[in-house]
Design a binder for this molecule. Structure first.
Ligand code: NAP
Ligand code: G4F
Length: 337
């Protein structure tokens, strides 16, 4: 039985990847960090909490990772741990740099010290493209990060390639575009909206506040993206791959489609920070813009070209934006009953 070690197993991708690897017959060991109250709700919701072996690590503490790799002897390591919320990286740039950038070196050093044969996956991101230099973005598109998070991820991306080239470690980078699910953290825009629409639908909330309505993203389904991570470690040679749907939609459209799913049509009135979204039938305000949610530097639009992953890995995004909104909204309506 092969053992895989996942950092960030308590996060959205960590939970889905653990589920996928368990079904593939792996023994799955997950690194979690000590918090004042445990954060295992995703593993519980997937019903796999008792199937994974949980080990306490902090990605900031290289020794904790060395000890675990030595103890559990994985053949694959998936580095998903990060301070992953872009907005938070503006208020906590140093923490973000330590965790999201230097944390990667801690894991790579642990592999170099314990066993260089371990295959390594690094969670790179479409945020590297930031102020996009090309449409759509692919593996060869120049990077232009726009947040402390993206700058930290740029370091993580290149240090992974550096360990691949310097020490011949099988180290792959997945440049993943936004991927969402019912397990998405509630601070991210898609889940913030499905949760709020569900609460409004269930009569628990009147309206919600939002930031930049015109930001556009390429949103896919996280459950499919973790399969791509695994495929990247099954190739002959380590490489870098973009995973994306190739479709782009705005935050505004996401709000509209979520309300449509509960038979509400939004009428937009006003402009900029004064813009509001009303229920076209009742005239009740459902959405208000709040500039507190704007970012000091915004990424206006990301859209990916995943043709290399399709050709070389056989990976393709099947679930597109509307179906994704429906999957997430249904779950939030059920949760918020
Ligand atoms: P997530 O839900 O925010 O999960 C992040 C994970 O990192 C959590 O398990 C968190 O643990 C852990 N973590 C944070 N700081 C840590 C530390 N100091 N030591 C150990 N663990 C720590 O993120 P996600 O959406 O699953 O994304 C997974 C990875 O892919 C991240 O690296 C993210 O930056 C990257 N990525 C995500 C997307 C996307 O659209 N989802 C796209 C591209 C790249 P706690 O539960 O204790 O907080
Ligand atoms: O959902 P978001 O917070 O995701 P963002 O910034 O694109 O980052 C996510 O995807 C990256 C991949 O490209 C990952 F690397 C990263 O770890 C994370 O998973 O924001 C999406 C867009 C932004 O343009 C933001 O300004 O939505 C806009 N937005 C508008 N109103 C909002 C809000 N974002 C949030 N979180 N909350 C709002 O109220």
């Amino acid at each position: 039985m092969k053992t895989a070690f996942i950092t960030g197993i308590t996060g959205q991708d960590g939970a889905y990847l653990a589920e996928f690897l368990l079904r593939k017959g792996y023994k799955v060991v997950g690194g979690f960090r000590r918090l004042s109250s445990p954060n295992f709700w995703r593993l519980e919701e997937l019903g796999i909490l008792n199937e994974v072996q949980l080990e306490e690590i902090d990605i900031l503490d290289a020794a904790s990772i060395i000890r675990i790799l030595d103890k559990v002897k994985p053949v694959e390591v998936y580095n998903l741990a990060a301070q992953s919320f872009v907005a938070h990286s503006f208020s906590n740039p140093i923490l973000t740099g330590n965790v999201t950038a230097l944390g990667v070196t801690n894991v790579l050093e642990a592999i170099r010290i314990v066993n260089k044969e371990i295959k390594f996956y690094q969670a790179s991101t479409s945020e590297l493209f930031g102020r996009a230099q090309e449409i759509p973005q692919k593996e060869t598109t120049p990077f232009y990060p726009r947040s402390p998070y993206a700058v930290a991820k740029l370091y993580g991306h290149w240090i992974t390639i550096n360990y691949r080239e310097s020490y011949n470690i099988f180290a792959a980078c997945g440049i993943l575009f936004n991927h969402e699910s019912p397990l998405r953290g509630i601070e991210f825009v898609t889940r913030k909206i499905t949760d709020a629409v569900a609460k409004i639908y269930n009569g628990k909330q009147d309206y919600f506040e939002i930031g930049n309505l015109n930001a556009k993203r390429d949103w896919g389904y996280a459950k499919e993206y973790v399969v791509g991570m695994w495929l990247m470690l099954q190739t002959q040679k380590p490489d870098t791959y973009v995973l994306a749907t190739g479709e782009v939609h705005s935050v505004r459209e996401w709000i509209e489609v979520c309300f449509e799913l509960v038979n509400k049509k939004i009428q937009w009135i006003g402009e900029g920070v004064s813009e509001i979204g009303k229920d076209s039938k009742t005239g009740k305000i459902l959405v208000k813009v709040n500039p507190d949610f704007f970012r000091p530097a915004e990424v206006d639009m990301l859209i990916g070209d995943a043709s290399k992953a399709k050709k070389e890995l056989g990976w393709e995004a099947k679930v597109k934006y509307k179906e994704l909104a429906e999957i997430m909204l249904r779950k939030d309506i059920e949760r918020n009953k």
